[in-house]
Design a protein around this ligand. Structure first.
Ligand SMILES: [Fe+2]
Length: 171
């Protein structure tokens, strides 16, 4: 099964910031089935990796998405965006899976096993699910200003890596 995510860079600012604050403090609003706390663009752009992304593919903004323990976000594709950039801020025991239909009853699955402090380009147009077993789960997620599909974004950001030698762990 194909891999529907790509490591694009490390976090030095946002991960450090959220490690220091109480993640229960921000205001939460309902967004596409998530509890979301909006992060303004000027804060997003303090992160070097995301500022470089923004120079190639404009970012609209970002949000922290909160997920309650013992819940599952059903298998779905995102209808309003072609791809995103995600970073796991905190979890205890959760899974993010991509799935590909084998037949009418079975899916092949592949896990996005997030490392902390790392941003991943995420193909939101492929079926995916999140299962949160224990503890609150917090994910930082970027939305691009214009619709861009995963393969286009990946090639643009990979080109950026070759030009600037900045994204060091492209797979
Ligand atoms: Fe999604």
């Amino acid at each position: 099964m194909e891999k529907y995510y790509t490591y694009i860079g490390e976090s030095t600012h946002i991960s450090t910031y959220f490690a220091k604050v109480d993640l229960n403090l921000p205001e939460w609003q309902s967004y596409m089935g998530w509890n979301a706390s909006i992060i303004p663009l000027e804060s997003v752009l303090l992160e070097d990796t995301l500022a470089r992304v923004h120079s190639k593919l404009p970012i609209e903004g970002a949000a922290v998405l909160k997920m309650e323990p013992h819940t599952c976000y059903k298998w779905h594709i995102d209808t309003e965006r072609g791809c995103s950039i995600n970073m796991l801020l905190h979890h205890t025991n959760s899974l993010c899976l991509f799935g590909k239909e084998i037949n009418s009853e079975n899916l092949a699955i592949r896990e996005l096993n997030y490392n902390y402090n790392e941003f991943y380009l995420f193909n939101t147009r492929e079926p995916h699910t999140v299962i949160n077993f224990d503890g609150m789960r917090y994910l930082f997620s970027v939305k691009f200003k214009d619709f861009v599909d995963y393969n286009t974004a990946k090639s643009v950001l990979c080109q950026n890596a070759f030009e600037n030698n900045t994204f060091s762990k492209l797979i």
